[in-house]
Design a binder for this molecule. Structure first.
Ligand code: UDP
Ligand code: MN
Length: 236
Protein backbone atom coordinates (compact mmCIF):
# COMPACT_ATOMS: atom_id res chain seq x y z
CA UNK A 1 0.00 0.00 0.00
CA UNK A 2 2.96 2.30 0.52
CA UNK A 3 4.12 2.16 -3.09
CA UNK A 4 3.51 5.07 -5.40
CA UNK A 5 3.20 4.60 -9.14
CA UNK A 6 3.28 6.37 -12.44
CA UNK A 7 0.40 4.96 -14.48
CA UNK A 8 -0.21 5.10 -18.20
CA UNK A 9 -2.73 3.60 -20.57
CA UNK A 10 -2.30 1.95 -23.97
CA UNK A 11 -5.32 0.26 -25.52
CA UNK A 12 -3.56 -0.79 -28.71
CA UNK A 13 -0.14 -1.42 -30.27
CA UNK A 14 0.26 2.19 -31.47
CA UNK A 15 -0.18 3.73 -28.04
CA UNK A 16 1.95 0.88 -26.68
CA UNK A 17 4.91 2.39 -28.54
CA UNK A 18 4.24 5.66 -26.76
CA UNK A 19 4.03 3.88 -23.42
CA UNK A 20 7.36 2.15 -24.08
CA UNK A 21 9.11 5.47 -24.73
CA UNK A 22 7.41 7.10 -21.74
CA UNK A 23 8.51 4.23 -19.47
CA UNK A 24 12.06 4.41 -20.77
CA UNK A 25 12.16 8.17 -20.28
CA UNK A 26 10.97 7.83 -16.66
CA UNK A 27 13.61 5.14 -15.97
CA UNK A 28 16.33 7.19 -17.68
CA UNK A 29 15.63 9.97 -15.20
CA UNK A 30 15.91 7.57 -12.29
CA UNK A 31 12.39 7.56 -10.97
CA UNK A 32 12.07 5.86 -7.59
CA UNK A 33 8.38 5.10 -8.26
CA UNK A 34 6.71 1.98 -9.61
CA UNK A 35 5.64 2.02 -13.27
CA UNK A 36 2.22 0.63 -14.21
CA UNK A 37 0.79 0.19 -17.71
CA UNK A 38 -2.93 -0.39 -18.16
CA UNK A 39 -3.46 -2.18 -21.47
CA UNK A 40 -6.41 -3.08 -23.66
CA UNK A 41 -7.36 -6.68 -24.45
CA UNK A 42 -6.43 -6.44 -28.15
CA UNK A 43 -2.76 -5.64 -27.60
CA UNK A 44 -0.37 -8.02 -29.36
CA UNK A 45 1.84 -10.42 -27.37
CA UNK A 46 5.17 -8.89 -28.57
CA UNK A 47 4.08 -5.42 -27.38
CA UNK A 48 2.86 -6.83 -24.07
CA UNK A 49 6.21 -8.59 -23.61
CA UNK A 50 8.19 -5.38 -24.14
CA UNK A 51 5.93 -3.40 -21.80
CA UNK A 52 6.48 -6.07 -19.14
CA UNK A 53 10.24 -5.54 -19.38
CA UNK A 54 9.92 -1.77 -18.94
CA UNK A 55 7.01 -1.57 -16.47
CA UNK A 56 6.75 -3.14 -12.99
CA UNK A 57 3.11 -4.02 -13.55
CA UNK A 58 1.16 -4.50 -16.78
CA UNK A 59 -2.53 -4.88 -16.16
CA UNK A 60 -5.20 -5.68 -18.70
CA UNK A 61 -8.34 -3.59 -18.29
CA UNK A 62 -11.71 -3.43 -20.03
CA UNK A 63 -11.89 -0.58 -22.47
CA UNK A 64 -14.44 1.91 -21.21
CA UNK A 65 -16.02 4.03 -23.87
CA UNK A 66 -17.94 7.19 -23.22
CA UNK A 67 -20.30 6.36 -26.09
CA UNK A 68 -20.68 10.10 -26.50
CA UNK A 69 -19.57 10.09 -30.12
CA UNK A 70 -21.50 13.22 -31.04
CA UNK A 71 -19.44 15.44 -28.79
CA UNK A 72 -16.19 13.79 -29.74
CA UNK A 73 -16.96 13.95 -33.45
CA UNK A 74 -17.62 17.63 -32.99
CA UNK A 75 -14.08 17.91 -31.68
CA UNK A 76 -12.92 15.81 -34.65
CA UNK A 77 -11.46 13.21 -32.28
CA UNK A 78 -13.82 10.22 -32.27
CA UNK A 79 -10.91 8.12 -31.01
CA UNK A 80 -10.89 9.87 -27.65
CA UNK A 81 -13.90 7.93 -26.35
CA UNK A 82 -11.55 5.28 -25.00
CA UNK A 83 -9.69 7.80 -22.87
CA UNK A 84 -12.39 7.00 -20.32
CA UNK A 85 -10.35 3.90 -19.70
CA UNK A 86 -7.90 5.98 -17.70
CA UNK A 87 -10.50 6.12 -14.95
CA UNK A 88 -9.27 2.58 -14.13
CA UNK A 89 -6.45 4.44 -12.43
CA UNK A 90 -8.68 4.79 -9.38
CA UNK A 91 -8.98 1.01 -9.13
CA UNK A 92 -5.25 0.62 -8.50
CA UNK A 93 -5.89 0.63 -4.79
CA UNK A 94 -2.72 -1.27 -3.93
CA UNK A 95 -0.80 1.95 -4.52
CA UNK A 96 -1.00 4.82 -2.08
CA UNK A 97 -0.80 7.39 -4.85
CA UNK A 98 -0.77 7.34 -8.65
CA UNK A 99 0.28 9.92 -11.18
CA UNK A 100 -1.35 9.38 -14.56
CA UNK A 101 0.66 10.18 -17.67
CA UNK A 102 -0.67 10.06 -21.21
CA UNK A 103 1.19 7.53 -23.38
CA UNK A 104 2.06 10.37 -25.76
CA UNK A 105 4.25 12.17 -23.25
CA UNK A 106 8.02 12.23 -22.95
CA UNK A 107 9.74 12.94 -19.63
CA UNK A 108 12.77 15.24 -19.83
CA UNK A 109 13.83 15.22 -16.18
CA UNK A 110 12.94 13.55 -12.89
CA UNK A 111 9.34 14.42 -11.95
CA UNK A 112 8.94 12.35 -8.77
CA UNK A 113 8.04 15.61 -7.00
CA UNK A 114 4.58 15.31 -8.60
CA UNK A 115 3.73 12.81 -5.86
CA UNK A 116 3.83 15.63 -3.35
CA UNK A 117 0.71 17.07 -4.98
CA UNK A 118 -2.83 16.47 -3.79
CA UNK A 119 -5.54 14.52 -5.60
CA UNK A 120 -6.65 15.66 -8.18
CA UNK A 121 -3.89 17.76 -9.56
CA UNK A 122 -3.74 18.18 -13.30
CA UNK A 123 -2.24 20.40 -15.91
CA UNK A 124 -4.82 22.64 -17.56
CA UNK A 125 -5.40 21.71 -21.18
CA UNK A 126 -3.82 24.44 -23.26
CA UNK A 127 -6.07 24.02 -26.27
CA UNK A 128 -8.88 26.49 -26.71
CA UNK A 129 -11.16 23.90 -28.25
CA UNK A 130 -10.91 21.64 -25.24
CA UNK A 131 -11.31 24.55 -22.85
CA UNK A 132 -14.62 25.49 -24.42
CA UNK A 133 -15.79 21.90 -24.10
CA UNK A 134 -14.22 21.50 -20.71
CA UNK A 135 -17.17 20.35 -18.67
CA UNK A 136 -18.96 17.86 -20.90
CA UNK A 137 -16.79 17.10 -23.85
CA UNK A 138 -17.58 13.39 -23.96
CA UNK A 139 -14.04 12.48 -23.07
CA UNK A 140 -12.66 11.72 -19.65
CA UNK A 141 -11.99 15.39 -18.90
CA UNK A 142 -15.73 15.94 -18.63
CA UNK A 143 -16.12 13.13 -16.12
CA UNK A 144 -13.12 14.19 -14.11
CA UNK A 145 -14.47 17.73 -14.07
CA UNK A 146 -17.85 16.56 -12.83
CA UNK A 147 -16.31 14.45 -10.09
CA UNK A 148 -13.87 17.05 -8.98
CA UNK A 149 -16.18 19.89 -9.90
CA UNK A 150 -14.30 22.53 -7.98
CA UNK A 151 -11.05 21.70 -9.70
CA UNK A 152 -10.99 24.63 -12.11
CA UNK A 153 -11.66 27.16 -9.36
CA UNK A 154 -10.02 25.42 -6.41
CA UNK A 155 -6.59 25.59 -4.91
CA UNK A 156 -4.18 26.78 -7.57
CA UNK A 157 -1.61 24.30 -6.24
CA UNK A 158 -3.65 21.60 -7.98
CA UNK A 159 -2.98 23.25 -11.31
CA UNK A 160 0.37 21.94 -12.36
CA UNK A 161 2.69 24.46 -13.96
CA UNK A 162 2.78 24.05 -17.70
CA UNK A 163 6.34 22.74 -17.60
CA UNK A 164 4.67 19.42 -16.69
CA UNK A 165 2.50 19.45 -19.79
CA UNK A 166 4.29 21.32 -22.50
CA UNK A 167 2.59 20.88 -25.83
CA UNK A 168 5.16 20.03 -28.45
CA UNK A 169 3.31 22.08 -31.05
CA UNK A 170 2.46 25.11 -28.90
CA UNK A 171 6.17 25.57 -28.35
CA UNK A 172 6.56 26.71 -31.90
CA UNK A 173 3.33 28.67 -31.94
CA UNK A 174 4.46 30.58 -28.90
CA UNK A 175 8.13 30.70 -29.67
CA UNK A 176 8.93 33.77 -27.54
CA UNK A 177 7.32 32.18 -24.47
CA UNK A 178 9.14 28.96 -25.18
CA UNK A 179 12.47 30.72 -25.41
CA UNK A 180 11.82 32.15 -21.96
CA UNK A 181 10.41 29.06 -20.19
CA UNK A 182 10.85 26.08 -22.49
CA UNK A 183 14.27 25.21 -21.13
CA UNK A 184 12.55 24.29 -17.87
CA UNK A 185 10.18 21.85 -19.53
CA UNK A 186 9.91 18.56 -17.65
CA UNK A 187 7.27 16.79 -19.70
CA UNK A 188 6.50 17.21 -23.37
CA UNK A 189 3.02 16.21 -24.48
CA UNK A 190 2.45 15.30 -28.13
CA UNK A 191 -1.23 16.11 -27.96
CA UNK A 192 -3.36 16.22 -31.06
CA UNK A 193 -4.18 13.82 -33.83
CA UNK A 194 -0.68 13.18 -35.14
CA UNK A 195 1.43 11.24 -32.63
CA UNK A 196 5.22 10.73 -32.75
CA UNK A 197 4.73 7.16 -33.96
CA UNK A 198 2.68 8.43 -36.94
CA UNK A 199 5.80 9.96 -38.47
CA UNK A 200 8.64 8.23 -40.27
CA UNK A 201 12.16 8.26 -38.92
CA UNK A 202 15.26 7.74 -41.00
CA UNK A 203 17.87 6.11 -38.77
CA UNK A 204 20.72 7.03 -41.10
CA UNK A 205 19.99 10.72 -41.58
CA UNK A 206 18.34 10.92 -38.13
CA UNK A 207 15.50 12.95 -39.55
CA UNK A 208 11.79 12.75 -38.91
CA UNK A 209 9.45 13.18 -41.84
CA UNK A 210 5.67 13.41 -42.05
CA UNK A 211 2.84 15.89 -42.53
CA UNK A 212 3.70 18.62 -40.04
CA UNK A 213 6.94 17.26 -38.63
CA UNK A 214 8.54 20.65 -39.13
CA UNK A 215 6.16 22.28 -36.65
CA UNK A 216 7.72 20.57 -33.66
CA UNK A 217 11.12 19.24 -34.70
CA UNK A 218 13.21 19.06 -31.52
CA UNK A 219 11.05 16.98 -29.21
CA UNK A 220 9.88 14.75 -32.03
CA UNK A 221 13.51 13.93 -32.69
CA UNK A 222 14.09 13.26 -28.97
CA UNK A 223 11.16 10.85 -28.95
CA UNK A 224 12.39 9.03 -32.05
CA UNK A 225 15.99 8.76 -30.95
CA UNK A 226 14.90 7.19 -27.63
CA UNK A 227 12.52 4.88 -29.49
CA UNK A 228 15.06 3.71 -32.05
CA UNK A 229 17.89 3.38 -29.54
CA UNK A 230 16.13 1.62 -26.66
CA UNK A 231 12.73 0.30 -27.77
CA UNK A 232 13.35 -1.02 -31.30
CA UNK A 233 16.05 -3.47 -30.09
CA UNK A 234 13.54 -4.89 -27.57
CA UNK A 235 10.92 -5.36 -30.27
CA UNK A 236 13.25 -7.42 -32.46
N1 UDP B 1 -5.39 6.22 -25.39
C1 UDP B 1 -5.26 4.86 -25.74
N2 UDP B 1 -5.83 4.42 -26.92
C2 UDP B 1 -6.49 5.26 -27.77
C3 UDP B 1 -6.59 6.63 -27.43
C4 UDP B 1 -6.03 7.07 -26.24
O1 UDP B 1 -4.66 4.08 -25.00
O2 UDP B 1 -6.96 4.78 -28.82
C5 UDP B 1 -4.81 6.69 -24.10
C6 UDP B 1 -3.33 7.03 -24.19
O3 UDP B 1 -2.71 6.86 -22.92
C7 UDP B 1 -3.39 8.49 -24.56
C8 UDP B 1 -4.54 8.96 -23.68
O4 UDP B 1 -5.47 7.88 -23.70
O5 UDP B 1 -2.19 9.17 -24.33
C9 UDP B 1 -5.21 10.25 -24.15
O6 UDP B 1 -5.40 10.24 -25.55
P1 UDP B 1 -4.52 11.16 -26.52
O7 UDP B 1 -3.15 11.29 -25.95
O8 UDP B 1 -4.63 10.60 -27.90
O9 UDP B 1 -5.29 12.55 -26.44
P2 UDP B 1 -4.67 14.03 -26.62
O10 UDP B 1 -3.54 14.16 -25.64
O11 UDP B 1 -4.23 14.15 -28.04
O12 UDP B 1 -5.81 14.92 -26.27
MN1 MN C 1 -2.10 12.90 -24.95
Amino acid sequence: MSDQAFVTLATNDSYARGAMVLGKSLRNHNTSKKLVALIGPQMSEPCKAVLKRIYDEVREVDVLDSGDTAHLAMMKRPDLGVTFTKLHCWTLTHYSKCVFMDADTLVLSNIDELFNREELSAAPDPRLARLLQLRFDGGDQGVLNSFFNDWSTADISKHLPFIYNLSSIAIYTYLPAFKQYGGNAKVVHFLGKTKPWSYTYNTTSRRVTGSDAATHPTFLLDWWSLYSRTVVPMLQ
